[in-house]
Structure formats: structure tokens, C-alpha cells
Design a binder for this molecule. Structure first.
Ligand code: ATP
Ligand code: MG
Length: 262
């Protein structure tokens, strides 16, 4: 792609990359450093989980990587394209074409029914959904008999599933999911996790998911642990027990990354 920055990485299997990613909110005494010079590589075709205490910067990291928020310093690439410095129009197009986002709040449009919410990003982009894929998404998420309902007529879990379907509908290369199972009962949660896992294994999509649940993180290939705006640890092939043990260490020095090497 001709827009790749001179220093940008070649297409080396990295779906998203950040270097020196820093995000501060506010200024002066009330300033909050949400991300503190984060370096991260998100491997293509893998399922990465992001964990860490509340306020550690997980959502901020996702929003920045997805080009939904500006950075204070540092650089971000999606594939070979540097997005820091892209103009809003180019960024919007890139987001629409390549990224699906499941937010912590569902961000559904109240006046549109479930079906319309699901296809809204594609409608805006003027793209036709792949009907077969769309059917599979809708059936897997159990939304077939709720398609004509507006968000206010749906349960919290159903709204989450609509948001999930919306993120998956256009088959984006890269899916960012911020606590996608947070409002679901365990069965629906497992279905969503299974769906994300399948998107990676069967379709080669890349998933980055924030979660507080060690059981959910165990569905991923790699867990990144955030504390105070920094990546402080990583765990390959996580199990729920190993993740739980690691999470406990955050509580030791509340707000810090826990004990140093032991
Ligand atoms: N718009 C904002 N204005 C000011 N501060 C913000 C803003 N958004 C986030 N912050 C601060 O940045 C830090 C990181 O917030 P972030 O939402 O990324 O945390 P999180 O890890 O996602 O937490 P949670 O698990 O509670 O969702 C927090 O201290 C938060 O208060
Ligand atoms: Mg958050």
C-alpha cells in the first residue's frame, strides 16, 4: 500500500502495532496518564486478551488501536498503514473497511431495530452484506426472532449480542471487543467466546478482547496484562487458573503491577 510510512513495518503478520503509545487525559494537576509509552504487537490471526485492574487503560488502548481516539504521543499501525497522522476521512474509511468494534456500552441506535443496527456500518459504507455470512452470525448469536425489535425491547444480553453481530457482520480483519461477555449469562457468554474463537480459527480474523473474567481469557491465545497504563506481563496459552493466579498479584500492591520477579 502506497500510504505505508517510511518507518512502518512491512507486512510481517502484525495486524496492529503501537510504539511509544501515550495517552493523557486533561492537563495540569488533574491530568491522567491513561497509557504510558506502550509498545505492543497484535499478531494477525490470533486471539489476544487484555486484562488488568479497572482504570489500568484497557479501553483506552483498544480505542487508540482502533483509531477511535487520538494519541498524545507515539505511533500506531494497522497492517502496514500508520494511522497516527491519517486524516479523519482516511481513518474513517480504514475503520469501516477493516475493523469491527464491540464497545463496553453497546452503542446501539435506539430508533433502529436489531437488523438495522447490525447492518448499519455497512449501510453507511454503501456495502452489501454477504447474506450467507450474515445469516450464520444471526443464527449463532440467537437473534433470528429478535431482528424487528428495537434496543429498548431487548434484554441487556440480547443488546450485547446485537452489538456483537454488528461487529462481525462485515467480516472485518480485526475485531476489538471491550468486555463482550460482561453483560451475558454464562451460556450466552460462552457462545460469544466460541464465535470469536471461530472467527480466528476458521476465518483467520484477528481478535483483541478486554475481559475481567479469567475463564473468558482462557479462550485466547495470549493474555496481555495492563497496570497503570503499561503492559506489565504476558501469558501464552492461558488457562483460567493461571490467569486467576496472575490477577491476584495485582491486588497485592493495588494500583501497581504487583510484586516484581519472584
Ligand atoms: N475521557 C476521559 N477523561 C478523563 N479521564 C479518562 C477518560 N477516559 C478514561 N480516563 C481515565 O483513564 C484511565 C484509564 O481508563 P480506561 O477506561 O482505559 O480503563 P479500563 O482499564 O478500561 O477500566 P475498566 O476496567 O473500569 O473499564 C482511568 O484512570 C480513567 O479514569
Ligand atoms: Mg474499560
Amino acid at each position: 500500500m502506497s500510504t505505508a510510512a517510511a518507518e512502518g513495518p512491512a507486512d510481517d503478520g502484525t495486524a496492529a502495532r503501537a510504539r511509544g503509545l501515550t495517552k493523557a487525559y486533561g492537563a495540569g494537576e488533574t491530568a491522567v496518564l491513561a497509557l504510558d509509552s506502550v509498545d505492543v504487537d497484535i499478531a494477525r490471526g490470533r486471539f489476544t486478551a487484555v486484562m488488568g485492574p479497572s482504570g489500568s487503560g484497557k479501553s483506552t488502548l483498544m480505542h487508540c488501536l482502533a483509531g477511535l481516539d487520538t494519541v498524545s504521543a507515539g505511533q500506531i499501525w494497522l497492517g502496514g498503514t500508520e494511522i497516527t497522522g491519517l486524516r479523519e476521512r482516511e481513518l474513517t474509511r480504514l475503520r469501516r473497511d477493516r475493523i469491527g468494534f464491540m464497545f463496553q456500552s453497546f452503542n446501539l441506535i435506539p430508533t433502529l431495530n436489531a437488523a438495522e443496527n447490525i447492518t448499519l456500518p455497512m449501510d453507511i459504507a454503501g456495502r452489501k452484506p454477504d447474506e450467507k455470512w450474515l445469516d450464520q452470525v444471526i443464527d449463532t448469536l440467537g437473534l433470528r426472532d429478535r431482528l424487528k425489535h428495537r434496543p429498548a425491547q431487548l434484554s441487556g444480553g440480547q443488546q450485547q449480542r446485537v452489538a456483537c453481530a454488528r461487529a462481525l457482520a462485515s467480516r472485518p480483519e480485526l475485531i476489538f471487543a471491550d468486555e463482550p461477555t460482561g453483560n451475558l449469562d454464562s451460556r450466552a457468554g460462552l457462545e460469544v467466546l466460541g464465535f470469536l474463537r471461530e472467527a480466528v480459527d476458521q476465518l483467520g480474523q484477528t481478535v483483541v478482547m478486554v475481559t475481567h473474567d479469567p475463564g473468558a481469557a482462557a479462550h485466547s491465545d495470549l493474555v496481555l496484562f495492563l497496570a497503570d497504563g503499561r503492559i506489565v506481563d504476558r501469558m501464552e496459552d492461558p488457562t483460567a487458573d493461571a490467569v486467576l493466579e496472575r490477577m491476584k498479584r495485582f491486588d497485592v500492591g493495588r494500583g501497581s503491577s504487583g510484586p516484581e520477579e519472584d
